[in-house]
Design a protein around this ligand. Structure first.
Ligand code: CO8
Length: 262
């Protein structure tokens, strides 16, 4: 499949590879339009359905992960068009429904919808050049793809209010301190670091990786007692899997684990 706004490849060898999606609208700093969002949904779903893919990395360019929704398109919106045709805001639930781990590798600007896209991923690895922000307020609107909801969960109310109300940008170091970012690395190491993390995940047990992602998302989205019970059941369920048998046997016999694929 060829894409107009994405470069989609796979990386790595063996029975499990990484799906790599590069946002590719360089002239508009990867601004998110309907074509890009549709293509992103298609590419993510294809990787999620492919048993040969163990993890997915989404990245942009050196200058921008994504500078937000395409303001040229947004400027033509009125409420009825936006509401009835789900313009620009469609397809976000597809991203959320992906079961395999998705890593955002962010260099440069991750603003508005770009910051929201990074926050929808399971891990954010940032180059030291990364700048995060929700500048919608400066356009007379507010975040529309989870920014007012995921940002406070990630960085707390105080910093979320600061960013959402002033529209200021936050650098990579501040974003890591605040809890938005998993790691900060030198810009020239960004993709290598993200792919290395993805390769580690690819070589782990499928069921335990999916269960771990589901459980952490429970913590992020729900209450504590419900989340603890969900985790306990998932923990118990994994004792029926070949992954658990292999992982523990490998440890006890002092050999590397080779998790079954199927
Ligand atoms: N939309 C459309 N075009 C853009 C966008 C954008 N969001 N951002 C940058 N561009 C274009 C510029 O217009 C410019 O095009 P041209 O060369 O044709 O004039 C080109 O990219 C390069 O940009 P600049 O010349 O401005 O580059 P600078 O390095 O001077 O500045 C900035 C970079 C600071 C990133 C600046 O471009 C900027 O402020 N961009 C807008 C950021 C913004 O406000 N983002 C929020 C948009 S609203 C939003 O995301 C709502 C989300 C709703 C949910 C659904 C999402 C899909």
């Amino acid at each position: 499949m060829t894409y107009e706004t994405l470069i989609v490849t796979t990386e790595g060898e063996g029975s499990r590879r990484t799906g790599l999606i590069r946002l590719n609208r360089p002239k508009a700093l990867n601004a998110l339009n309907d074509t890009l969002m549709d293509e992103l949904g298609t590419a993510l779903k294809a990787f999620d359905a492919d048993a040969g893919i163990g993890a997915i990395v989404i990245t942009g360019s050196e200058k921008a992960f994504a500078a937000g929704a395409d303001i040229g398109v947004l400027a033509q919106h009125d409420f009825v068009k936006a509401y009835t045709r789900d313009l620009v805001t469609r397809n976000w639930e597809t991203i959320r429904s992906i079961r395999k781990p998705v890593i955002a590798a962010v260099a440069g600007f991750a603003l508005g919808g770009g910051c929201e896209l990074a926050m929808m991923c399971d891990m954010v690895i940032a180059a030291d050049t990364a700048k995060f922000g929700q500048p919608e307020i400066k356009l007379g609107i507010i975040p529309g793809a989870g920014g007012t909801q995921r940002l406070p969960r990630a960085v707390g109310k105080a910093k979320a209010m600061d960013l959402v109300l002033t529209g200021r940008m936050m650098g990579a170091e501040e974003a890591e301190r605040a809890g938005l970012v998993s790691r900060v690395v030198a810009a020239d190491q960004l993709l290598a670091e993200a792919l290395e993390a993805a390769t580690i995940i690819c070589n782990l047990g499928t069921a335990s990786v999916l269960a771990a992602k589901e459980c952490v998302n429970r913590a992020y989205e729900g209450g504590l007692s419900d989340g603890v019970m969900f985790e306990r059941r998932m923990f118990q369920a994994l004792f029926g899997t070949p992954d658990q048998v292999e992982g523990m046997d490998a440890f006890l016999n002092k050999r590397p684990a080779v998790f079954p694929r199927g």
